[in-house]
Design a protein around this ligand. Structure first.
Ligand code: AMP
Length: 530
């Protein structure tokens, strides 16, 4: 459903369009019209379904910017979620002047929060404990609150917030709208709903029977900043003739096409804002092989008769289970092999679990290929072609020419073949004999020992190092080897094949707010190992 059909304030519509949302997700299409009417709602929705907009847009539409009093409260289980929801609601409110949105959570300086609240805040997003604290101090006044949202209600109950939630609810005016969102609907949630919601409508996305094509499906857990890099590694490694890459917004489509073009790929984008003539041009390019990567939104891909792509990439996890099935159904048609790859960041993993459950399909986790893996696989592919060439053509004439060359130049046949291989790869393979790469760094066999100029004195813990190394490089945490920490520096061992990636990724990383320097340890350490 289009956002235009949802009777939203033009300023909200403008923000949503600017954010690149192309269509309302199923939960939004159902929740927004009811919420705008002032109806109480119970929404069964997981993170990643667009639930924040489902309650955030109607909530904003009901706020009066001229009234500086508190008018809407969102309760969230964690500080991270509160910050994230506040950020998203702020983006929606971009063109609604005079609306102040503030996240409030435990652990943050309360006097700072009080100062911000004094300036007049209409929308507060907070964790239950801290909200109660402010109610008791009379720094949050609830008498004008017209909309109350319980976000991730099941999670709040799991964290033991039931009593706190009820305390907050009991301070609200009777005359109000309450929206409850939860991924699951256990009994205590229904009890709260019965007690505090007024004739709520229950909305959930009704699942159709979904038939998932039998193709290989993989997912990769990635750092959001590394998505472009991981996608390009997968493209290089699997080298599909035609690929379809899905993004959730028009804006992402445009950004990703630029990114891929910058990396030298023949990629084009398709989304709903494009004129028919532009779409035709892109599609022609894809059909006749000028473009081999098509980046699209769900809406744009819907009307296309392209079924024979070799790989589908979900650059963003789809917002709905059904989209997932539609997307991956574009590959593996007519008995051809097809593969589907999904990049997952942070909490999207829950959405992916949901997809697997509802679609009754298995999406296998794979480690992010290292730059080295990619090169190895490209070499194997070229060598396979070489074998085919030897077996299928008459090379005697060329062999004679090469024999002459080898005699003249005093090179070995292997050296000549290696040079040709490098030329076939079109770049420096970066492959050196292992000893030359990092030398002996004093690590276990197969590992490289890296030096980082930060240690115990800077109050760094082993976990910080582990988190930074794995988080920045996208390498699995359990591949990290020994970590030895001293007062001013730390040694960490990583598998040789990931070492270059880790060094590169950590160049701009910060640990405990500090810039760091990382390099291969120069020699076996003369510091005693504990
Ligand atoms: P949520 O389920 O609210 O955590 O939203 C997940 C992500 O989807 C957020 O980054 C939103 O900005 C994005 N999003 C929400 N609604 C839409 C939509 N209709 N189209 C595209 N992206 C959306």
């Amino acid at each position: 459903m289009n956002f235009e059909e949802l009777c939203l304030d033009p300023r909200l519509l403008r923000a949503v369009t600017e954010m690149g949302f192309e269509q309302a997700s199923p939960i939004q299409a159902q929740a927004i019209p009811l919420a705008l009417e002032g109806q109480d709602l119970i929404g069964q929705a997981q993170t990643g379904t667009g639930k924040t907009a489902a309650f955030g847009l109607p909530l904003l539409q009901r706020v009066d910017p001229h009234n500086k009093k508190l008018q809407a409260v969102v309760l969230c289980p964690t500080r991270e979620l509160a910050v994230q929801v506040a950020g998203e609601i702020r983006r929606f409110a971009k063109f609604m002047h005079g609306i102040k949105v503030l996240p409030i959570y435990g652990g943050q300086d309360i006097s700072k929060q009080i100062r911000s609240l004094k300036g007049g805040v209409q929308v507060v997003i907070g964790t239950p404990g801290r909200i109660i604290d402010h109610i008791r101090r009379h720094t949050l006044k609830m008498e004008m609150v017209a909309t109350m949202v319980l976000d991730e209600a099941d999670e709040m109950l799991n964290m033991g917030f039931r009593e706190d939630i009820e305390t907050v609810l009991s301070h609200l005016p009777q005359e109000r709208q309450t929206l409850l969102f939860s991924a699951t609907m256990p009994k205590p949630i229904m009890e709260i709903a019965r007690e505090y919601l007024h004739q709520p409508e229950i909305i959930k996305v009704v699942k159709k029977e979904l038939t998932v094509p039998k193709i290989e499906q993989y997912y990769y857990e990635v750092n959001p900043r590394k998505k472009g890099e991981v996608l390009s590694r997968l493209l290089d490694m699997y080298d599909p003739a035609l690929s379809l890459v899905f993004c959730n917004t028009k804006r992402k489509v445009d950004e990703l096409v630029q990114d891929l073009k910058g990396r030298g790929y023949f990629a084009e984008g398709l989304h709903g804002d494009m004129k028919q003539s532009q779409r035709d041009r892109v599609m022609n390019g894809f059909r006749n092989g000028r473009t081999d990567i098509l980046v699209a939104t769900d809406v744009a891909a819907r009307g296309l008769d392209i079924d024979d792509v070799e790989a589908v990439f979900n650059y963003d996890v789809p917002q709905d289970d059904e989209y997932y099935v539609h997307r991956i159904g574009r590959t593996g048609r007519a008995g051809r092999t097809g593969r589907a790859f999904t990049l997952v960041t942070g909490r999207e993993i829950y959405k992916l679990k949901d997809i697997q459950r509802y679609c009754k399909t298995k999406i296998r986790r794979q480690p992010i290929p290292s730059a080295n893996n990619v090169t190895q696989i490209r070499i194997e592919k070229i060598l396979e072609n070489v074998t085919d060439q030897i077996q299928s053509s008459d090379l005697t004439g060329l062999v004679a020419i090469l024999d002459g060359y080898l005699e003249e130049q005093d090179y070995t046949a292997a050296e000549v073949a290696a040079a040709l291989l490098q030329m076939a790869m079109g770049e420096d393979t970066g492959i050196r004999k292992q000893e030359d790469d990092f030398g002996d760094t004093g690590a276990e066999p197969g590992m490289v020992r890296l030096f980082i100029n930060i240690g115990k004195k800077q109050k760094v813990r082993i976990g910080d190092i582990l988190g930074a190394v794995a988080g920045e490089s996208g390498m699995e945490g359990d591949l990290v080897g020994a970590i030895d920490m001293y007062d001013k520096f730390t040694f960490v061992e990583v598998p040789r094949e990931y070492a270059a990636d880790v060094i590169e990724a950590m160049q701009h990383a910060r640990i405990k707010g500090r810039n760091i320097n990382i390099e291969p340890a120069s020699a076996p350490p003369n510091v005693d190992r504990k």
